[in-house]
Write a protein that binds this ligand. Structure first.
Ligand code: HEM
Length: 398
């Protein structure tokens, strides 16, 4: 058996096979602060227990986001762009507030009829049509259309947004020819949203691009870098994650048929069930911080400047925090999972993601539809997003 010190979270094979939990169980028990060498980098620490992930996420004075939030130092925003995700308090709060008011619960709730319509159209289109790929036909479409609408991008541009998101979200060979693919996609996103901005400056609408274009911090309009980064993060974060929550949720229900029965019998239980899907799937596997000073973690010394990675997926399976975490329990309550992160940088779009997932599963059961998984899922090669690339299904009227 591999020594615990040699367990390597840069090896993407266990993630691609959906067997990473075996690695994390050992790390939580045997090496809760674990050093990982990196082939093309300076290495990083991993925290895998629930309490440790919370501690790192909450202590922004010791663990900063300003040096990057993904494991590798690659990619990121470049060109002087800086998103809320890369700004520490006290600057972070006012910047975040500009978009937070646009995705607050009450505002997002108003999208409910819209989201329901998009879902019903997608379901109508595919019911009784035989086998199809859930990811491409439904899971990718719903968040894409909704984030496009929120930002103000016309429907016909959504396929471009999807392609750019895929190219920036991972270096999976299905989407990327290497790091330069992400850089090219990023530049295309900047160009696209700058053009949309011009239109909104001339003619503002009720959307995020209009709101951010008009926004001011201390009486000064947002810099080019802040604007570019805002569009970019909303687009990637709003797409990739919710897509995988929907596909991963369907897969979890397929593997636990009693959970489907429970939702069919009690559609109101979908709200609680969605939280268990977020815990179970953990669409965002990891996020990184950088130590600002020497700090002790489980008797190991993390030096100032070293990278510390929080594994949300592992925290969500920690038996120190959850009863029988290895079981998918559709009625788990309470469920204080860390799937949307913790602390100042906790997910900005959680209201929207929850609403989309809740309406999707509610419409399925309310309409008496059966979504059967008919083949294996193909998973993304990534230690950042828990991605499902394809999932064959059939949708039938019960
Ligand atoms: C199931 C869906 C989603 C999951 C699991 C998820 C997960 C997360 C997590 C774990 C973080 C914390 C990052 C950290 O601590 O470094 C985060 C942050 C963020 N999310 Fe989400 N997210 C989802 C959907 C969305 C959507 C729909 C949007 C956009 C509308 C969004 C926008 C953001 C933004 C902007 C941040 C950065 C917030 C900040 O730095 O203050 N997310 N998300």
């Amino acid at each position: 058996m591999t020594s615990v010190d040699d367990l390597d979270l840069m090896s993407l094979h266990p993630f691609e096979l959906g067997r990473d939990e075996e690695v994390f169980a050992r790390l939580r028990d045997e090496r809760p602060a674990h050093w990982n060498d990196e082939p093309d980098g300076r290495g990083f620490w991993s925290v895998t227990r629930y309490d440790d992930v919370k501690r790192v996420a909450a202590d922004h004075a010791t663990f900063t986001v300003t040096e990057g939030t993904q494991i590798a130092d690659r990619r990121a925003e470049g060109s002087g762009a800086r998103s809320i995700h890369h700004v520490d308090p006290p600057d972070h709060g006012p910047l975040r507030k500009l978009a937070a008011s646009e995705v607050r619960a009450a505002k997002v709730k108003k999208l409910e009829p819209d989201i329901t319509q998009v879902i019903d159209d997608l379901l109508d289109e595919h019911v009784g049509t035989g086998e199809f790929d859930l990811v491409q036909k439904i899971s990718a479409q719903l968040p894409l259309v909704m984030i496009g609408r929120l930002l103000g991008a016309p429907l016909e541009d959504c396929p471009h947004l999807l392609r750019w998101t895929n190219q920036m979200a991972s270096e999976d060979p299905d989407y990327s020819e290497g790091p330069e693919t992400a850089v090219r996609a990023r530049d295309e996103v900047f160009t696209y949203f700058r053009a949309l901005e011009e239109q909104r400056r001339a003619c503002p609408a009720d959307d995020l691009v209009s709101a951010l274009t008009a926004a001011e911090l201390d009486g000064v309009p947002l810099s080019r870098g802040y604007l570019d980064a805002y569009y970019l993060i909303l687009m990637v974060a709003g797409n990739e994650t919710t897509r995988n929550l929907l596909s991963g949720g369907v897969l979890a229900l397929h593997e636990n048929p009693a959970a489907w029965d429970h939702l069919r019998a009690h559609p109101a239980a979908v709200r609680v069930g969605v939280e268990e899907m977020v815990r179970w799937v953990s669409p965002v596997l990891s996020m990184r911080r950088t130590a600002t000073r020497d700090v002790e973690l489980h008797d190991r010394t993390v030096r100032a400047g070293e990278k510390v990675v929080m594994w949300f997926c592992s925290a969500n399976r920690d038996p120190r925090a959850f009863e029988r975490p290895e079981e998918f329990r559709i009625d788990r309550h309470p469920n204080e999972h860390l799937g949307f992160g913790w602390g100042e940088h906790a997910c900005l779009g959680a209201n929207l993601a929850r609403l989309e997932a809740r309406l999707f599963f509610t419409r399925l059961v309310e309409r008496g539809l059966r979504l059967e998984v008919t083949g294996d899922a193909r998973r993304l090669r990534s230690n950042f997003f828990r991605g499902i690339k394809t999932l064959p299904v059939r949708l039938e009227q019960a």
